[in-house]
Design a protein around this ligand. Structure first.
Ligand SMILES: [Zn+2]
Length: 696
């Protein structure tokens, strides 16, 4: 490097907020100071720092020991973690064309940076040596686990391959990174390009809250005074449920399931074919027959057969229930004088009607009682009663958008535990869905580091001067993401790479899905579900009907999920050549399982960001259900104790599940908490799939 470029780099350090120490409370990222142009130079510096650290570990003349190799790896890459966390938070929650452009570049450079590290034969040699002699190293159980995980990660990345195979792996990873990013950008593109304006004649059946949200969505897109349906799930699903206009339901439904499959510049079919073929090739290079075999080896389930076994066990009763429900819905169509066969865009509409008739309940009746702020309070209150946490809002923490709120979290003794960021409202700059992430993870390697945890949702804002009201699904999502949040906030491990949600994909949904159970407890709803205008608590009768209605339409919900999970598994167990025509493959698989024609996949392949935007959930979508087996079974521990906040059970839950991160084998952790392995019937019972279908 020349003298002048060295100086330029130094001045960059002075002015780039990503490279300066953060002088904010709790050293949080100074968001208002950070601009898109800061990222590429910050990443360049972070990659360089990290590479230098890795080189020092690799070429350490001292014989490998735990401290100079494993602990040193844990210490490396601090700047990279810091910059990445801020970058990916913004790309997902508040992106811009400039950031999306940078994202393409970053994902490429990220793959180029990590490939040589994860395939570094000398470094892997040091790790393997320690791994071979682990029994003699006098390690703590967390250290042993860390060594095991580090060894596995390098081994599975191809660090043990010959040079030619490694070079090919590197190419594959780079290409996959590019394809994954393109996949999600395409999806976002198709979502942003489409909207349907609702004229006065198009509003039959739509609630005032829906119209208010549709007006807010129009306003966001510069169409003040109009109302639009968009392709975000939180706009589409309520529309399909309540619109009395069959023609418009069809239009919206077809646009929704066509995302990424329109034959335009955003079409994802070719990406899918290439992704699957590259994944297959990389699995074979590593010595596995299929990508699923490779992927599942490092999970609780272990094998594709175990996954298929669980999914098929659930599929049969779920399909039977869905078919019985379909007949009931068709009967309702006939009763109303409709002379048509129920179609996929009718299901939600007639299911909602049937629910109003049979359970005498509709979402609109409960919505006025589910005020966002009160539900946040409820989530906090449960965390207080279970784990002793308290939450105080802070207005002095910098955020990435004015809607973001921040709370300081303290433990039972009043000690600082974490910061919690809540970013709840939909906006065009945010990708769809809901997620938890972190700006900093808990660890104790060099002193105690408290985590910065984020929840992002896509709820609709309330109308002018009105609070935001949640649907029952929204309220459940809020608790779900908060459950992930607790996994991050309560983490109590020593090493950063074992922190919080750094656990197997089929275990990671346990803390989140388990937390949903408290949201639907009468004790919690009675206290926090209060009418937004009158302050009246949820009437008992409505509460009972609400809880009964929870089991309603579970055949549909289970079928759309399990079918997606099975397709994911088939994509990754069959030869990639079988799915060269993605639509034909999808059709064939749906026929094979006897998918009811009136139900669409929860995620068609071209929209299946879980499995194609990156490889995190690839052949891992089943994980939600695997975790649900555990969460249904786990909540049973509280029910058996006769107290949903039982202190002894809550303590075990804290110690064995929420605080232990990836520091323990998940199966051991679960058994420590529950005293036995999970039992799947609890899930079928909770979804009402063991009950006999009611006669139509
Ligand atoms: Zn989740």
């Amino acid at each position: 490097m020349s003298e002048t470029s060295g100086m330029a780099a130094a001045s960059q350090d002075q002015t780039n907020p990503l490279l300066k120490p953060w002088q904010t409370p709790f050293e949080t990222p100074p968001f208002p100071e950070i601009a898109p142009e800061h990222f590429l130079p910050a990443f360049a510096r972070a990659f360089a720092d990290h590479s230098a650290e890795i080189a020092a570990i690799t070429h350490d003349p001292a014989a490998p020991d735990f401290a100079n190799t494993i602990t040193a790896l844990e210490r490396s890459g601090k700047l990279l973690s810091k910059v990445s966390a801020v970058f990916y938070d913004l790309v997902s929650a508040h992106s811009s064309p400039a950031l999306l452009e940078i994202d393409k570049e970053v994902s490429l450079r990220m793959a180029r940076h990590w490939n040589p590290i994860m395939m570094n034969a000398v470094l892997f040699g040091r790790i393997a040596l320690l791994h071979d002699s682990r029994a003699t190293l006098a390690l703590s159980s967390e250290q042993l686990r860390l060594l095991e995980r580090t060894y596995t990660r390098f081994h599975r990345s191809g660090a043990g391959l010959d040079e030619a195979a490694k070079a090919r792996m590197a190419e594959i990873n780079e290409r996959l990174a590019h394809l994954g990013t393109a996949f999600s950008h395409h999806l976002l593109g198709d979502e942003q390009d489409w909207f349907m304006e609702l004229g006065e004649a198009d509003r039959d059946g739509l609630s005032d809250t829906f119209i208010a949200a549709a007006e807010a969505a129009a306003l966001e897109r510069g169409m003040a005074g109009k109302a639009i349906v968009t392709l975000s799930r939180s706009s589409v699903e309520p529309f399909l449920k309540s619109s009395g206009r069959r023609d418009l339901r069809e239009k919206v439904f077809k646009a929704f399931i066509a995302r990424g499959d329109n034959g335009n510049a955003n079409d994802n079919n070719a990406s899918i074919v290439e992704i699957l073929s590259l994944r297959e090739e990389s699995a074979k290079l590593l010595g596995y027959p299929t990508f699923a075999a490779y992927r599942l080896e490092d999970s609780m389930a272990k094998t594709p057969e175990a996954v298929r076994g669980l999914l098929e066990r659930v599929w049969k009763p779920a399909r039977a229930r869905a078919l019985a429900d379909r007949d009931a819905l068709q009967a309702l169509v006939a009763e109303e004088g409709g002379n048509f066969a129920l179609a996929a865009w009718d299901w939600r509409y007639y299911a909602e009607k049937l629910r109003q008739i049979s359970a005498n309940f509709d979402d609109a009746a409960i919505k006025p009682y589910l005020v966002l702020d009160h539900m946040i309070e409820a989530a906090f209150d449960c965390a207080g009663r279970l784990f002793g946490l308290s939450f105080a809002e802070r207005k002095d923490i910098p955020v990435w958008h004015p809607d973001v709120r921040v709370w300081e979290v303290r433990d039972r003794a009043g000690k600082h535990q974490a910061l919690f960021y809540g970013d709840y409202f939909a906006r065009p700059s945010k990708r769809s869905g809901a997620w938890m992430t972190s700006l900093r993870d808990q660890q104790k390697l060099d002193g105690e580091v408290a985590p910065l945890i984020i929840n992002v949702c896509n709820f609709s804002k309330g109308a002018e001067g009105q609070p935001s009201l949640l649907s029952p699904d929204d309220a459940r999502t809020l608790f779900h993401e908060f459950g992930h949040g607790l996994h991050g906030m309560l983490s109590d491990v020593f090493y950063p790479s074992l922190s919080g949600t750094s656990v197997f994909t089929d275990f990671v949904e346990l803390p989140s899905q388990l937390y949903e159970h408290w949201q639907e407890q009468p004790e919690v709803l009675r206290q926090f579900a209060r009418h937004y205008q009158t302050g009246e608590p949820l009437p008992d009768d409505l509460l009972k009907r609400f809880l009964a209605a929870r089991k309603f339409n579970q055949g549909f919900a289970t079928v759309e999920f399990v079918a997606s999970a099975l397709i994911d598994l088939e994509f990754h167990t069959q030869p990639a050549s079988a799915s060269r025509d993605v639509r034909a493959f999808e059709q064939r698989e749906l026929e094979k399982i006897g998918m009811p024609a009136e139900i669409a996949l929860r995620h068609r392949p071209q929209q299946f960001g879980h499995i194609f935007s990156g490889d995190h959930y690839a052949s891992g979508y089943y994980s939600y259900m695997w975790s649900e087996v555990m969460d249904a079974d786990a909540f049973g521990a509280f029910e058996e104790a006769g107290n949903i906040f039982d202190p002894a059970v809550a303590k075990r839950l804290h110690d064995d599940i929420y605080a232990s991160g990836g520091s323990r084998d998940p199966e051991d952790a679960y058994i420590a908490f529950r005293g036995r392995e999970p039992e799947p019937d609890a899930l079928l019972r909770r979804r009402g799939l063991l009950d006999r279908p009611k006669a139509a």
